[in-house]
Design a protein around this ligand. Sequence first.
Ligand code: ATP
Ligand code: MG
Length: 774
Amino acid sequence: MGNTLECESRRKPPVWLNALCNASYVEEEQEITTCYTTDEPSSSLKDEDEHVDTKQQAAMRDTTVQGTLTVAAAGVQMGCSLVLASTGGHVLLTTTLGALCAVRVLQVTYPIPTRCTLVAGSVGLGALGGDFLLQRMSAPAVHAGLTVAVLGAPIAMMCDKIVPLVKFKLAEALQAEKDTDDDSGVPQSPWHNLLMTSRVLVWASNDTLWWVGSYGTLIVGAAVSSTMPLATMNVLRALTTPGASVTNGLLFLTGTLVGSAALNALKGIVTSEAQTRFAVHLQKLAISNVLRQEMAWFDCQSTGAIFTQLGSVGSIRSLLSDLIPTVISTGVKLTTTIVILSQYDVKLAAICLISVPSDYFFSQWYSKFLKQYALEAQEITANNNNISLEMVQAAKTVHVFGAEDQQMGHYWDQVDELVKLRTRNNWILAGSSILSTAVPYGFSIVMFGYSGYLAQMGLLDITQLLTVAAYQSTLSSHFQSLIESYTSYGTLMGQCAKGFHFLNRLPRQKRGTHRPEQQLQGRIEFKNVQFGYQSSHDHVLEDFNLVIQPGECVALVGPSGGGKSTVINLLLGLYDPTRGTLTIDDHELCDYDPAWYYAHGVSAVNQNPVLFNSSVMDNIKMGLEEEDISEAQVEDAAKQANAHDFVMQMPDGYDTVVGKGGEFLSGGQRQRVAIARAVVRNPGILLLDEATSALDAESEHSVSEAIQRVMKGRTVVIVAHRLSTIQKADRILVISEGKIIEEGTHAQLLQTSGAYSTLVCSQLIADIPLEKPQ
Ligand SMILES: Nc1ncnc2c1ncn2[C@@H]1O[C@H](COP(=O)(O)OP(=O)(O)OP(=O)(O)O)[C@@H](O)[C@H]1O
Ligand SMILES: [Mg+2]
């Protein structure tokens, strides 16, 4: 599983897609350098780094814009080419557009300069001009020339005028996303939606072939099926014209029907495969991104919220599997319809062209409300999940305190709020559906009136009039479908906004790449360290200074909440100091490569070690590569940890499964497996946080024995409550309110009659008879 994930993450998408993604697929190192931290910059080196980052980001934005426009242009050209091909347009024009599209597609995958597309365009136009002269202004050549002019002008304009605007807007959206903190949610704007859509394409690029197959069959199928009314009218015309042959018409109609059915079936198969692959990929991406977040993020997230967001990630796939296909097929059908209508009368086609943007602007205005609703509903659902999860988990406590009614009250409040929200949304939806029907039908009436006028003037015969009527009726449903797609797009983006943020979030902890050649010596230095947890805003450690020499064993004692575990957390690199430095062997901890640091640098055992529902062997080897560790090394570690004997007595020895959270083992056994897991990596620094305090006397004895054995030859920081452990430390530090208030050996500290001796006497440690040193 781990390997698969790694492979997945290392399979890179094309260059431009990579840039679009910016946050998700950029190589690990790049991610680390581009991520931002809450630290104030402390050196000019940091400033330089940030300068480089900004440059990289600017370059990425440029590539992002270029990529988006390239794809848009390729889409337009491909669509036109296919429409022309399917409607019997000019062969040379069709080929030219096809060639342009091919160059665009190549440009997407390889860094071909825009010049190439211009050259390809000029060649195409040259060919067209030659053809035009040869044909002496034949109708198809004129038609082709006009189409090129009509299509060429907006594309050229787009490149010259719109590119800077799009660049600026996308850059703004990227920046707004970066400036957003986790609580306030993701900024919502059409540009940000475009950015997110681009990212979905990045994630889908893993299965490019399947999606190309899916959309290819969709486009061709839509073009073929939209010629159906024309084919039907051809048959009708042949039937009503005396002496005309119906065979060709029938063949065209049959071909259209069979082709459309076959393409539909093929599309179904290819699309469902693409969807499944994409869904699996999203799941992997979401889980792996959760696991790489920093601890401070987990502190601020409830489990319910994480699971709700994981769930919302799934809905992202409907963008690719429902929305984009609907828009594409509607777009193709609409274009085909307009091309066919323009053959009869240009004004008819013009009315269609006007009605499209009118509907678009109307729906854009409307989708604002729906997006807002989606975000609010998601928030309330997350709260609901949280409350119900908490109630179930703490059912016993709720029962014992008789707090059922109170808890249910909280829950109902949230449900009521959700109901109110849904009612409001239903009204908005109802209004939307009335208007979205009225607007396109209004345009249909205008069109029908105009075509009736043309028939009266003798410019359309009866079959042409029927063809126009048939296309008119489909036109309104195409409009409808476009409007619905846009409103659904707004809703979907609202629903997925948190999911996107979730998938894209970069861990805000800077980590380096330092990998020492040899094992750590284990020198630790805290220099003026200040630290507070993000969720509480108070400083737990203030001006904390401490030097621990290699091989030294230091015990941390002190009142509850004094900051002992916080020191361990900082040494584990779970959090970074907000000020000051923490160095290990004279390198800042954040400069170490985390993979190396956890595999060879540091290991920890705490009060309630978490074991996974797999074998003892897998639990001990956890996080290490198979080739890095042999079974003999695992057994050796288990022997040091006093675990080997009891493991061998279990039915399957090291292959025995330990159950969920290690439930098949006793507390002491769990602890010893955890110690084996810590020492098998041969760490330079061993951290023990109250590793024996939850055990009974007998288990404690064997665990303590194991601890004494594994402490040899490495730096050890131990948080302990038992005198038996503390006494053996080289140095004892008393930590209270985030400060070291006393330090020395057991004997020295008892003589001072300070906080330590009070702690000892007040039975911090009652299980050992106290002997005052002479
Ligand atoms: N994840 C966290 N988020 C917010 N505050 C925290 C977090 N962990 C600890 N704290 C707070 O930091 C302070 C120091 O806690 P810490 O766990 O370091 O104390 P401790 O000395 O290990 O106590 P104990 O002996 O009870 O284990 C306490 O006020 C605690 O409430
Ligand atoms: Mg603690």
